[in-house]
Design a protein around this ligand. Structure first.
Ligand SMILES: [Zn+2]
Length: 315
């Protein structure tokens, strides 16, 4: 046997014995353990992470969660009613890039079990009713196209019909370029829809969720909220850091576009821990709706400070 054959067989045995030992996607899905890429805490039991509401117990990193999990966390398991919106036809431009847009949609639907990136529901926290829309980042980066726009407008109209608040749990990469100008029109349409909500004196609260909200989503609907809250450490941006740095030709702050930096610059009203979201949301909506509820009766310092901050922001 010459040295080339020996080397080839050695390579094949490495491929067979070492590389195949890495778990496949199915193995990972079926395992009770999950690797954490947020810090060096190593693999963690999925049940432990779920118990901590998908926030790393070690470094407090907020892991991305899908809308159904978020609604269960906010309102209790299945204690919310889904809003079904009729959607427009797919792929209006018959767009094809490295693969057809229709194929991308098909695999996003298979991956998430949703027809579009938006899932909306009607639910209550105590006696306060609200319509909540959440964006699923696993659905093509939760970019907004005509279907997502229609779905959000339908949810906003539902809030107007029910005379209740509208809450947007936002995690989105911006507008979906596979639908070109039709996607960009969503920015104007959503602005008009939010204006209708405001004409009806109904509150609009945005919750910036993990991992990020960027592009046209930040430049339209999320910037129109009465109150903007964010999970800790999420990214809120228009353009990416490298694009900004290349444009302004300056060294940028290391924390730029992180929620604490955005809060410091005045574009955010408060940061909130995931476990506190329902309570904070209830208090904010109680104040905005002038319900004169427990939010005003409690006297702990943290709440009072938040109320001052919220009232200032809402005025
Ligand atoms: Zn961590």
């Amino acid at each position: 046997m010459n040295w080339i054959l020996k080397l080839k067989r050695f390579g094949e045995s490495i491929k067979k014995n070492v590389l195949k030992k890495f778990p496949s996607k199915d193995d990972q899905d079926n395992s009770q353990w999950t690797p954490l890429n947020c810090c060096n805490s190593g693999p963690t039991l999925k049940s432990d992470l779920e118990e901590h509401l998908f926030v790393c117990p070690n470094c407090k990193f907020n892991h991305t969660i899908n809308p159904k999990t978020r609604f269960d966390m906010m309102f209790g398991e299945n204690n919310w009613e889904e809003i079904n919106c009729p959607l427009p036809p797919d792929n209006p431009l018959n767009f094809v890039d490295s693969k057809p847009y229709s194929d991308r949609l098909k695999s996003a639907r298979k991956k998430t079990g949703q027809d579009c990136a938006v899932l909306s529901c009607v639910a209550k926290i105590n006696e306060v009713q609200m319509v909540v829309s959440a964006l699923n980042f696993d659905f093509m980066g939760a970019s907004i196209a005509t279907s997502e726009c229609e779905s959000l407008i339908f949810a906003i109209q539902t809030a107007i019909n029910k005379k209740c608040s509208f809450v947007l749990a936002s995690a989105s990469g911006g507008m979906r370029m596979q639908e070109g100008i039709l996607s960009l029109q969503s920015m104007a349409k959503l602005t008009i829809a939010i204006n209708e909500l405001k004409k009806n004196n109904l509150p609009f609260v945005v919750l910036y969720c993990a991992p990020a909200t960027a592009g046209g989503t930040t430049a339209s609907i999320t910037s129109l909220s009465d109150i903007a809250m964010a999970e800790e450490g999420v990214t809120i941006a228009f353009s990416g850091k490298r694009v900004v740095a290349a444009t302004v030709r300056e060294q940028l702050d290391e924390n730029i576009q992180r929620s604490d930096w955005v809060l410091d610059k005045g574009f955010l009203d408060l940061e909130v821990e995931r476990k506190d979201i329902p309570n904070k949301l209830y208090k904010i909506l109680s104040i905005l709706l002038k319900l004169g509820t427990e939010a005003n009766k409690e006297n702990n310092d943290e709440t009072s400070e938040n109320i001052v901050q919220i009232t200032k922001a809402a005025s």
